[in-house]
Each structure stands twice: as structure tokens, then as C-alpha cells.
Design a binder for this molecule. Structure first.
Ligand code: GLN
Ligand code: ZN
Length: 758
């Protein structure tokens, strides 16, 4: 870094990109459907980039990031920049954009890259496929053109890219890679490409580049730590290069911090919300600029500016220089609180979305430089005190109920006893057939929900329409011959938002969209206060469904951990306490369902795995409170009531003990895609409860045949006895059509019959 290199001052590692009005989503979907062309897509993308750079400049950042925009995913962008396009896509002979979207979404000839959760967030990235034969080569088009594009507006930016070590650590071995191959083995080859990129950017006049290495906030082996040191020693030694900022987020760097501090990089970005600097000395840190992420980049609360400033000041003697940032990219929060015009103003004063967070970063940087603390400091103080004492944040009823709980409240009688009681009550055949809950959501259903929301449809008419949908779904399931029925969830927009709308302690936003993957966005509710259930939520729908049939109808609820994982949660008490409050509300619902005659209740926890802490030291405590919350939610019912849970994902391995600890009577998991791969592991773990490994991959429009399903069931039966094996799809059916679902479920029922026959 030369003396002319600008200092970072105030910055953010990234910013949302879907557009404040989801403009990019619309442009993408219109392009994909063929309704618009390349020019329209390019124009929408350019508009969003330019709006972002101008906005961040206007808000006062000293260093504005570029290349944080993406048409789909930043990991996919890094794959393209590194030339690591798997051959099945390059072989399609498409142009750059065609190849890009083929990797993201697949084509008839090539299955897309796998998608998985980005660390412990609800964002999904595309998993790079790296093998011994992957031929890396630099494609600097995107970072260079975005840099130039911003420069043309008079804005000097800092190109951002996923760092080479994290890119490989987030990759999976390409098809055909020899057994035992790990993508990180290709690090030196990949770093050569990054070296070329840095040289190219230097030639463009780029002063700073940001390389993200979030993979190092998880546990890493000594070899992986050594690899990190090697990467930055090599990039740091380049004769012509921009100054390098290596950014981490979602947790503390741990042993990776001294590695980076002793490398030649100029700056290190730290998440000081999810972690703090270790107390001892870190050799070399006093020569670095520390970009201190003191403003929470993934939650929506207004920052305690006094506390954040104190953190920054405490850092000053330990770092070469201190710059201010958010803890991670603002990708994970909505754009602008000002768009939420109908939120209660008092609640609004407690919140900060992306633009407000940028303003907080700027205010903190100014205060750190010794400027007058701006009025925002006083405003933050007032808001925080208001929040701490607000009557709807603290609910004494909820608190005393929680305080009165004992261990017995989270405990049911032993599984074997319950299983017998349930067998007698339910009288189900071996290999009972069921579904995960939702049925296809037709346009009519969506329109009815939207209309009742805006008041265009009255309550009575809405109820009538939902009831007729429920009746249709029940009749269909009877016709198909399923054993345990569901009502189909037509009344639910989303499995978390629906419950949030019916519980005290939550608010929902109008425009608070956050990208989940590609063009998909979610609008997480905000959990701001003590949670309770003012009235039964699902009981009427479930009992109506049950009134239509002799077969058992399964009540359908979302579990406490998933409700937390897919909401913005309060940061003023431990997550475990919040989970217990939500658990009590769900418990009330299970008890009411039971009292209304529902014999089976399913409590979905697809996010249990996703919140698993990135570092193993933190896992026992997490599993303790999360499993405890599930048990609290489900242990209020009698032995004769069967509790199901659904976990979605197939990576059962590292949480299998926890899943046993949930003490559910039946657990359904995703298994069709992996052709039951996980079932032997589950059996080997000693898991001895009911289990429904999915036999129908609902993520694909493909309809499986009865033969296929039968083969999967026979595989499962090799290790799991028939009386514990359930037959169900991988997940809910809401994203499928009836044309797909009917024959698929018919195949599923037919296969179960064939397997049951002696
Ligand atoms: N019961 C929910 C459904 O069927 C479960 C969804 C999920 O696991 N994500 O839609
Ligand atoms: Zn699922």
C-alpha cells in the first residue's frame, strides 16, 4: 500500500442486489420466460448496479464495493471468473449468459449445480464442482467491467470476490474425481488465476480489492490454515497489485486471524457482532487496517452506537488503523426501512435496514475520527431505552409461565410405550403412506389469500373457498389411497410467516424482501417481543379436514427452531430463551389440536440443521436449546397422540443424535435424490423410531414410477423394519402441479402395496 492509497474509512462488504422493488427478480423471470430479451435484462442489471453505487456514495461511504451485484449468485460469479465451468455446461455450446444460467438452473441436457445454504444463513449458493482436471483460467470480464462502469459515474470502487481458499472449501469434488480428492488440493492452480486477476485489476487502476474468506470462521484443519497463509503470501508478493482486504463474516476467525495478521495483506475485515477479537496479542495486527464489522449486517435492529464506538476505540491500540463496516454483506437484510410506511412508528424507531445500517457505519466512522457524534447517537440511545421498556416486548405472563416449567414438561413417556398406544389407536398398516403437508398451491388459492388480505374478499367467502380446497385435497388423498391425510395448507403463504402473523411478539413487513437464491426472495417476519399465542391458529382447518374423513388427518405446525431461523430475531436475549417462548405457543396449538380429536401432529423443523453453529465447540449448547425447544413444543400431548417431524435435508450425519433427542414418534427426511443413501447411516446410528425417508423427489417435475419407488422402499427395508418405515415424498408438494403430484402419489401408494404384500 502506497501513501496515496485511500483509506477504507467507512464501508460495507456487500449490499442487496435484487432491487428495492425486486426489479431484478422481475427482469430475470421475464428473461427466463422469454417475455423479454437480453437488452432488457442488461438494462435492469445496470440500473440496479448504478443505483447501488450512487446510493452508497450519497450515504457517505468512503470505500464503495463493486462486483457485489450478481445475476444469480456471487459464488457462481467466482466460478466464472476462475474459468471453473464444469464441462457438462461448456459442452452445451451456449454463450456466456446461457452457460451461466444453465449452471444456475439447469437445461434439458445438464442438471444445474447443486444449491446449498450459505453458512448459517437462509441464502443459498451454487456449489462449485472442482476436480483434478478442472482447467482454471481467468475471465476478468465481470469485475473489470463493473469497476469501469462505476468509474464512468465518477465512483472509485473496491471490487469484491470470493477468495480462492473459501471458493475451494465451499466446492465439492467434480464427478469422476478419484475417491478422496478434495477441491482444496487445487489451491495453487487457482491462486495463479487470482494473481493474474489482481495484476489485471492493478492495471485498471484499482486501489483496493476485497477477497472474502468466510470459510475460515468454521473449524479448519492445520493444513487448511496453512493454505490460507500460502494464498496471501503469494498474492501479497505480487509486484503490481491493489491493496488487499481479506474479509471474514458470520463468526470469529479463530486460528485464521494470526495467519492473516502475519500475511502481507493490508486489511482484514472482522465480524465483531458474531465474534470479538481474542484478548491476547495478535502479532502483525498492528500493521493492518482492521475493518471492524460492528453494525450487524444480518439482523434488522438499530445499532447501539455508543457500544459500537466503544468497541472501535478499544480496537484502535491493537490495529494499525481502524475502519468501520457491517459485520457481513447487507445482502441478508431488506433495502430501506423508509419503505415500511405502515409499521408502528415506535417499532420502526428500533430498526435499521440496509440503508440505515450504512448510515450507522458512516456516523461511527465520523465519530471515530473525532468528529462530533451526530444526532444519530442520541436517537439510537432513545430508541434503545424505549425498546428495552416497551410493554409489548416484555410480557410478564409469558415470563412467569416459562419460569414455572420443569424438566417434566419437555418429557414424554418412553417411545416404546407410546408406540404401542398409538398402534392401538391408529391401526395403521405397515409402511403407512402420507405426505409432508402442503398440496399444490393453485392460482385460485393464492388469489383468494391476496384478496382477503386487502379486504376485497370477506372472511366468510374466504373460509368457504379454503374449505372447498381442503375437501378437494382430502377426497384426492382418499381416492389415491393414502393412509394418513393432510389438509394441504392452502391457507398458508409461507410456513413461518403464517405462524408469525398469528402470534404475539411478531410483525411482518410489506417490502422487507431478502434474496434467498437467484430470483427467489423471502420476507422474514420480525420477532421483536415476548411470544404468545392469542388464539388457536390451525385447529379449525385441521378439524374441518378431519370431519370429512374416517382416516387420520395429520395436524401441521412449524417448529420453534424453524420459526426463529426464518425470522429476524430479537437480539436482546439469548436465542434459546426466545425459542422456548415460541415452543410454548406451538405447544398450546398441539394440545388444542389433540383436544379437537387430531391424533397425529407434525411439527416441521427443516431449519434445525441450518442453525447448527459453524464451530463444533458451539454445537452442544445449540443442540441443547434447540432440541429442548422442540421437546417443549411437543411433549404436552398424550401417549396416544403421534408426533411427527419433518427435517427436509438429507445431511443427517452430524445431527443424527440430536434428531433422536427430538423424541418424535416419526421423522421424515429427504432421501429420494440420493437414492436412500442416508438410510443405512440412520439405521447404523441406532435410530429406532419411525422414519420416512422420502421416495419422491419433489424438487423435480419428474414423476417417479411405482417400480422406482418400490426399489427405493426395498432398499430402505433392508435396514429398517417395515413397522417403522413410512412412505412419503421428500418434502411438501406446494411447488408442484396436480398433473405431477397425482400420478406420483399413485405410484407411491402402489409401491407401498407391493412391498407390504407378503
Ligand atoms: N409442511 C411443510 C410443507 O409441506 C413442510 C415444508 C418444508 O419442510 N420446508 O410444505
Ligand atoms: Zn421439507
Amino acid at each position: 500500500m502506497t501513501s496515496s492509497t485511500p483509506s477504507i474509512g467507512a464501508t460495507v462488504p456487500g449490499y442487496p442486489r435484487i432491487g428495492p422493488g425486486r426489479e431484478l427478480k422481475r427482469a430475470l423471470e421475464s428473461y427466463w420466460s422469454g417475455a423479454s430479451g437480453r437488452d432488457e435484462l442488461d438494462a435492469a442489471a445496470r440500473a440496479e448496479r448504478q443505483r447501488t453505487w450512487r446510493r452508497l456514495t450519497e450515504l457517505g461511504l468512503d470505500s464503495v464495493p463493486s462486483n457485489t451485484f450478481s445475476l444469480y449468485d456471487q459464488v457462481l460469479d467466482a466460478v466464472v471468473a476462475a474459468g471453473a465451468v464444469p464441462p457438462r455446461f461448456s459442452a452445451l455450446g451456449l454463450d456466456g449468459l446461457g452457460t451461466y444460467f444453465a449452471m444456475a438452473r439447469g437445461t434439458s441436457g445438464a442438471a444445474p449445480l447443486e444449491m446449498t445454504k450459505w453458512f448459517d444463513t437462509n441464502y443459498h449458493y451454487l456449489v462449485p464442482e472442482i476436480g483434478p482436471a478442472t482447467r482454471f483460467h481467468l475471465d476478468p470480464t465481470k469485475p473489470v467491467s463493473e469497476y469501469r462502469e462505476a468509474l464512468a459515474l465518477g465512483i472509485e470502487t473496491r471490487p469484491v470476490l470470493l477468495g480462492p481458499a473459501s471458493l475451494l472449501l465451499l466446492s465439492k469434488p467434480a464427478d469422476g474425481a478419484p475417491h478422496g480428492f478434495a477441491p482444496i488440493e487445487r489451491l495453487d492452480d487457482l491462486v495463479a488465476v487470482y494473481a493474474l486477476l489482481l495484476t489485471t485489476l492493478a492495471a485498471e487502476g484499482v486501489a483496493w480489492v476485497q477477497l472474502d474468506e468466510p470459510a475460515y470462521v468454521a473449524d479448519r484443519t492445520p493444513a487448511e490454515l496453512e493454505a490460507l497463509g500460502r494464498v496471501y503470501a503469494r498474492l501479497g508478493a505480487l509486484p503490481e497489485r491493489p491493496s488487499i482486504l481479506v474479509t471474514s463474516y458470520f463468526g470469529p476467525l479463530g486460528d485464521a486471524l494470526p495467519v492473516l495478521a502475519s500475511s502481507p495483506v493490508e486489511a482484514i475485515g472482522l465480524d465483531l457482532v458474531a465474534g470479538s477479537l481474542p484478548p491476547g496479542g495478535v502479532p502483525g495486527l498492528d500493521t493492518k487496517t482492521v475493518v471492524a464489522g460492528v453494525v450487524d449486517g444480518r439482523n434488522v435492529w438499530r445499532t447501539d452506537l455508543d457500544a459500537a464506538l466503544a468497541t472501535l476505540r478499544a480496537l484502535e491500540p491493537r490495529a494499525g488503523a481502524v475502519a468501520v463496516g457491517t459485520s457481513c454483506s447487507l445482502l441478508h437484510v431488506p433495502y430501506d426501512l423508509d419503505a415500511e410506511t405502515s409499521l408502528d412508528p415506535r417499532l420502526r424507531s428500533w430498526l435499521a435496514f440496509a440503508d440505515q445500517k450504512v448510515a450507522e457505519v458512516v456516523a461511527l466512522a465520523a465519530a471515530l475520527r473525532g468528529g462530533e457524534p451526530t444526532p444519530s447517537f442520541a436517537e439510537a440511545r432513545t430508541a434503545l431505552t424505549g425498546r428495552a421498556s416497551a410493554p409489548d416486548v416484555i410480557d410478564d405472563g409469558v415470563r412467569s409461565r416459562l419460569a414455572g416449567l420443569t424438566a417434566a414438561d419437555a418429557r414424554r413417556t418412553p417411545f416404546a410405550e407410546r408406540a404401542e398406544a398409538q398402534r392401538v389407536r391408529l391401526g395403521l398398516p405397515p409402511l403407512p403412506t402420507t405426505t409432508i403437508g402442503s398440496f399444490p398451491q393453485t392460482g385460485d388459492i393464492r388469489r383468494a389469500r391476496a384478496a382477503v388480505r386487502t379486504g376485497r374478499l370477506d372472511r366468510a367467502e374466504y373460509t368457504a373457498r379454503m374449505r372447498s380446497e381442503i375437501e378437494r385435497v382430502i377426497r384426492l388423498q382418499e381416492k389415491l389411497g393414502l393412509d394418513v391425510l393432510v389438509h394441504g395448507e392452502p391457507e398458508r403463504n409461507d410456513m413461518v410467516q403464517y405462524f408469525a402473523e398469528h402470534l404475539n411478539g411478531f410483525v411482518t413487513t410489506e417490502h422487507g424482501w431478502v434474496q434467498s437464491y437467484g430470483s427467489r426472495c423471502v420476507r422474514p417476519p420480525i420477532l421483536y417481543g415476548d411470544v404468545s399465542r392469542p388464539a388457536p391458529i390451525t385447529v379449525e382447518w385441521a378439524t374441518y379436514a378431519q370431519s370429512l374423513t374416517e382416516r387420520p388427518v395429520k395436524g401441521m405446525l412449524t417448529g420453534p427452531v424453524t420459526i426463529l431461523a426464518w425470522s429476524f430475531v430479537r437480539d436482546d436475549q439469548p436465542l434459546g430463551d426466545t425459542a422456548r417462548q415460541v415452543a410454548l405457543a406451538i405447544r398450546d396449538e398441539t394440545v388444542d389440536l389433540e383436544a379437537a380429536g387430531i391424533a397425529i401432529v407434525q411439527v416441521d423443523e427443516p431449519a434445525l440443521r441450518e442453525l447448527l453453529p459453524l464451530r463444533s465447540v458451539d454445537r452442544p449448547a445449540y443442540l441443547d436449546w434447540s432440541v429442548g425447544a422442540f421437546r417443549l413444543a411437543t411433549a404436552g400431548v398424550a401417549d396416544t397422540t403421534q408426533v411427527h417431524t419433518h427435517l427436509c435435508y438429507s445431511e443427517f450425519g452430524d445431527v443424527v443424535a440430536a434428531i433422536d433427542g427430538l423424541d418424535a414418534d416419526v421423522t421424515s427426511i429427504e432421501a429420494a435424490r440420493s437414492r436412500m443413501e442416508i438410510v443405512p447411516d440412520v439405521a447404523a446410528s441406532g435410530f429406532a423410531r419411525g422414519i420416512g425417508p422420502g421416495v419422491y423427489d419433489i424438487h423435480s417435475p419428474r414423476v417417479p414410477s411405482a417400480d422406482e419407488v418400490e426399489a427405493l422402499l426395498r432398499r430402505a427395508l433392508a435396514v429398517i423394519p417395515g413397522e417403522r418405515l413410512w412412505v412419503n415424498p421428500d418434502c411438501g408438494l406446494k411447488t408442484r402441479t396436480y398433473e405431477q403430484v397425482e400420478p406420483a402419489l399413485a405410484a407411491l401408494v402402489e409401491a407401498a402395496w407391493r412391498v407390504r404384500r407378503p
